[in-house]
Ligand binder design. Structure first.
Ligand code: SF4
Length: 299
């Protein structure tokens, strides 16, 4: 299967980009593995004609928006992020009417139609810098309430979350008692978590960072060090591969994103062979969403 995929990639001038939460075997055949910000940049930098995007719907949409001249494929079109579905345009518009002077920053985990309504997009890697760069003192922020909590603490802005209870179901699995239990078992380990985790978990962590930020933090520590990892467990594969002299333990084994795991070697080979499913965004939505994404890149 791997040989078949490699051959199809060569024949079709295709590249595979995989998110840090992908299955181990999918990460291993990708040209690049990273967080959503890095994947968006890589999709723009590649000279390949076809980008096979192993991530969820909003990530593939972002790649398609930024690369109208490339064919973006998503191996399983059912890889739909539940958090991105939680933000509804009418709710966002109501918030804009309530706070007419506030700029709108949306997490990249939103659908293109929502991005088109934003002043700027952010990822977990740059949310603090993006919100700080807004000219308004109040910022409407969605859809992740936990990332909004992180941004509120890290900036001087008044952050208004929309919707009120947006969350990632996978990170919601990681609770304070999991962290306490893990710390008891590994008292010397550093706690490294993603800002999609709930406030109680963020507050007890040594570090809060995006997935690739978590990898950089762990790699910068001395060999032999131990880490308790609070994010989707797919990141453990990359951590073990890139820092084999260190020990990594998931805070919760149930922090699994089923949507991220939908891409397999079989459906990647099929997508490359048939060149479908193709990800496309209506041009008028893509143009407006692109403005908000490019403002993030400028910041
Ligand atoms: S881990 Fe959470 S935010 Fe990321 S794709 Fe899965 S459900 Fe969406």
């Amino acid at each position: 299967m791997i040989e078949e995929i490699e051959q199809l990639k060569r024949e079709k001038n295709a590249v595979i980009l995989a998110h840090n939460y992908q299955r181990a075997e999918v990460q291993d055949i990708a040209e690049f593995v990273g967080d959503s910000l890095e994947l968006a940049r890589r999709a723009m930098d590649t000279s390949a004609e076809i980008v096979v995007f192993c991530g969820v719907d909003f990530m593939a949409e972002t790649a398609a928006i930024l690369n109208p001249d490339k064919k973006v494929l998503i191996p399983d079109a059912g890889a739909i992020c539940p958090m991105a579905q939680q933000l509804h345009a009418d709710e966002l518009m109501a918030m804009k009417r309530k706070y007419p002077d506030a700029e709108v920053v949306l997490y990249v985990n939103t659908l293109a139609a929502s991005k088109a309504l934003a002043d700027c997009i952010c990822t977990s890697a740059n949310a603090r810098e993006v919100v700080n760069a807004m000219s308004s003192s109040t910022v409407i922020f969605g859809p992740d309430r936990n990332l909004a909590y992180y941004v509120q603490k890290a900036t001087d802005k008044t952050v208004i979350p929309v919707p009120q209870h947006g969350l990632c179901p996978s990170h919601h699995q990681i609770v304070l008692s999991d962290v306490l239990r893990a710390k008891e078992a590994h008292p010397d380990a550093k706690v490294v978590v993603h800002p999609e985790c709930i406030p109680e978990v963020q507050d007890i962590a040594d570090y809060i960072a995006s997935t690739s930020g978590m990898v950089r933090i762990c790699k910068a520590h001395d060999s032999g060090d131990e880490f308790l990892i609070g994010t989707e467990i797919g990141l453990l594969h990359r951590l073990n591969k890139e820092a084999p002299a260190k020990k990594f333990f998931p805070i919760s084994n149930t922090a699994v994103c089923p949507q991220m795991k939908m891409h397999t070697l079989e459906n990647i080979a099929l997508a490359l062979e048939k060149e479908e499913p193709v990800v496309s965004v209506p041009p008028e939505i893509a143009a407006r969403a692109r403005r908000a994404i490019e403002r993030m890149f400028t910041i």
